[in-house]
Design a protein around this ligand. Structure first.
Ligand code: HEC
Ligand code: HEC
Length: 306
């Protein structure tokens, strides 16, 4: 009897220690079910719908068409692609794909080995190099959520590849994240900013390669209406900004509140309305503690002039 009590006490003690080690934020994190976590990631931080949900002329998501594809189409020399239907519709969506196949597409930009485009890699626009950073639990959560949205039948034009997609030539985002990193605001912010693919748009490109080594976050990537379809009528294009900690060109002089407002409401410090394609309406749902982490990370980016 005494032995059992003793053992129970020991187990209790270990549990308590584990809880203390994990910390409070990890507990809050683990409280979400996979479905809730997946909904949070897909509909806010990762902004899948910014590309995968069709929008009306004002740029608002069309009701009842979440993730049904065609939200954006790009036609540039190497390829012409339309964002796919990623609802569970069996014929026009990804309903027939296994979980492993969906995960492969999200984190490696690879298609299953069947269908008209069998085995061809997805165009670089699908930010798989960033999504590769996903922690296993978060990747599970994303798939669980994708399976839960209503299936929408929506056939879209297939992709045209004018040059082979060479995913191996693309810049690799940081992906060495662990659950433990989630305790550290800067590392958690780095993780969130990676899966929100901030630095994809905010890093300049040279010959199709993002300049991660020399210009991380320095901005200057142009987005031109001649090549992008699906953005609000009258959209005149935009150029991404410097979001490093540079005192003049970057965000050093901005308050945290100003940075958060730019991300979630698309309003600059001077009150100017910021333009697409940044996913303001999706980022609007990012939790405040996660926004704080993103800001902490942005402030840690080495200052680069531009
Ligand atoms: C910047 C735009 C963009 C974002 C953001 C984006 N995607 Fe994509 N995605 C695309 C495009 C474009 C394609 C099709 C590429 C092609 O045909 O080569 C695609 C293809 C896919 C495919 C393959 C489907 C098929 O039938 O070929 C899956 C699965 C997918 N995306 C899931 C996601 C998920 C999940 C997210 C959010 C975590 C996401 N995407 C975010 C643009 C995007
Ligand atoms: C799809 C491309 C894209 C993505 C993804 C993106 N941005 Fe942007 N961002 C832009 C563009 C383009 C602008 C400039 C808009 C304008 O000038 O009207 C901008 C503007 C900003 C600004 C305002 C800077 C200034 O000087 O006015 C901030 C801050 C910012 N982005 C931070 C972020 C963060 C943080 C993320 C990730 C959570 C992110 N962006 C994701 C394209 C993007």
């Amino acid at each position: 009897m005494q032995d059992v009590t003793c053992r129970l006490r020991r187990i209790g003690g270990l549990l308590l220690m584990a809880l203390l080690l994990c910390g409070v934020s990890a507990l809050a994190w683990a409280q979400d079910s996979l479905l809730e976590r997946g909904r949070y990631l897909v509909t806010t931080v990762m902004a899948c719908g910014n590309c995968h949900t069709p929008k009306d002329a004002e740029g608002r998501p069309v009701p009842g068409k979440e993730l049904a594809g065609g939200g954006v189409a790009v036609d540039i020399p190497p390829f012409a692609v339309t964002s796919s239907n990623i609802t569970p519709d069996v014929e026009t969506g990804i309903g027939a794909w296994t979980d492993a196949e969906v995960k492969r597409a999200i984190t490696h930009g690879e298609r299953p080995n069947r269908g008209p485009q069998a085995g061809k890699p997805l165009a670089a626009m699908m930010a798989a190099n960033f999504f590769k950073a996903l922690l296993p639990r978060d990747l599970d959560a994303v798939v669980v959520y994708l399976r839960s949205v209503p299936a929408v039948r929506n056939s879209l034009p297939g992709p045209v590849y004018r040059a082979p997609v060479r995913r191996e030539a693309l810049a690799e985002a940081d992906r060495g994240f662990t659950e433990r990193d989630m305790q550290d605001p800067v590392r958690r912010g780095a993780y969130l900013a990676t899966i929100a693919h901030c630095l994809e748009c905010h890093t300049p490109m040279d010959k199709g390669v993002l300049q991660f080594d020399t210009a991380l976050g320095a901005g200057g990537r142009p987005f031109l209406p001649a090549f992008i379809k699906g953005l609000p009528e009258g959209w005149k294009g935009s150029v991404s900004r410097n979001i490093t900690s540079h005192p003049e060109q970057g965000l050093r002089g901005w308050s945290d509140a100003q940075i958060k407002r730019a991300i979630t409401q698309g309003i600059g410090p001077d009150g100017r309305k910021l333009r697409e394609p940044m996913a303001y309406a999706w980022y609007a749902g990012i939790r405040d503690e996660d926004l704080d982490a993103v800001v902490a990370y942005l402030r840690s980016l080495p200052a680069l002039p531009r």
